[in-house]
Design a protein around this ligand. Structure first.
Ligand code: IPE
Ligand code: IPE
Ligand code: MG
Length: 244
């Protein structure tokens, strides 16, 4: 089936609200093509573009892509620096097109470790899209699930100390509202490319009842057709949430 035919198979009444993607395999793609790792990342940005376009086309509400984890700082400095620059440059380059497509963009993650200038540029650029009502695009940047929870607990503790919330008040809703994903639905579907089958510290709280979809395809090769196939597979699943 070609792309258009695949899209027609989508059951609009069973659309996932939120899809999250662990974009993995850029380095292996580069190795396979006898080129430097950074060229794999560069190629990976083209895939992001393609998948965002497709998400807009099918009317997806939330798309979260894992761009840089809190653990990715362990990589060689030149690669880290290249990734940081690539991510901000891509945002700046694509923002007009994103705005035109009614997309609103947010970065989810820790501000610390990123320079003041970097954070400023991110906010300034993203802000321009915040009146949009179409796809909510999140880039998980300097993101770690455990760090997100730690930050949430610290915020809650501070609010408890100041009396904004009382001691016995902590519940799931309060925790949710202190995460970077506050006010967003949990991911219905989490896709990971490159054959790895793990979360790598991605949305660990929010994924409690997510459906997972894994593929051997390396991120730079991930096609819009395969993305739609993941959604079609998702639509065949029966979600039980513990009920029978
Ligand atoms: C994913 O590709 C991109 C980021 C983690 C930023 P990798 O760079 O992890 O690629 P592999 O896993 O080494 O192939
Ligand atoms: C997860 O990929 C992080 C991103 C996609 C940004 P990694 O390649 O860093 O994960 P591990 O190290 O294989 O678990
Ligand atoms: Mg990897």
């Amino acid at each position: 089936m070609n792309y258009k035919e695949l899209i027609l198979q989508i059951d609009k009444s069973k659309m996932p609200k939120h899809i999250a993607i662990i974009m993995d395999g850029n380095g292996r793609w580069a190795e396979l093509h006898n080129t430097k790792r950074i060229n794999g990342h560069k190629k990976g940005v083209e895939t992001v573009r393609r998948i965002v376009e497709t998400s807009v086309e099918i009317g997806l509400e939330y798309l979260t892509v894992y761009a840089f984890s809190t653990e990715n700082w362990k990589r060689a400095k030149p690669e880290v620096n290249y990734l940081l620059k690539l991510i901000i440059d891509s945002l700046v380059k694509e923002i007009d097109e994103l705005i035109k497509n009614n997309v609103s963009v947010r970065f989810l993650g820790r501000k610390e470790n990123l320079s003041k200038n970097y954070n400023k540029k991110v906010i300034e650029t993203c802000k321009r899209s915040w009146n949009n009502t179409g796809l909510h695009l999140n880039a998980a940047m300097n993101y770690g699930g455990r760090q997100e929870l730690t930050d949430a607990f610290n915020d809650i503790f501070a609010e408890m100390k100041s009396g904004k919330i009382s001691e016995n008040e902590i519940n799931e809703e309060i925790i949710n509202s202190h995460l970077y994903t506050a006010n967003m639905p949990d991911p219905d579907l989490i896709i990971r490319t490159s054959g790895e089958e793990r979360l790598s510290n991605f949305l660990i709280w929010q994924s409690a009842y997510s459906e997972f979809w894994f593929t051997q395809t390396l991120w730079p090769d991930f096609s819009r057709e395969e993305f739609i196939r993941a959604i079609l597979d998702f639509q065949k699943r029966k979600r039980r949430y513990g009920a029978r």
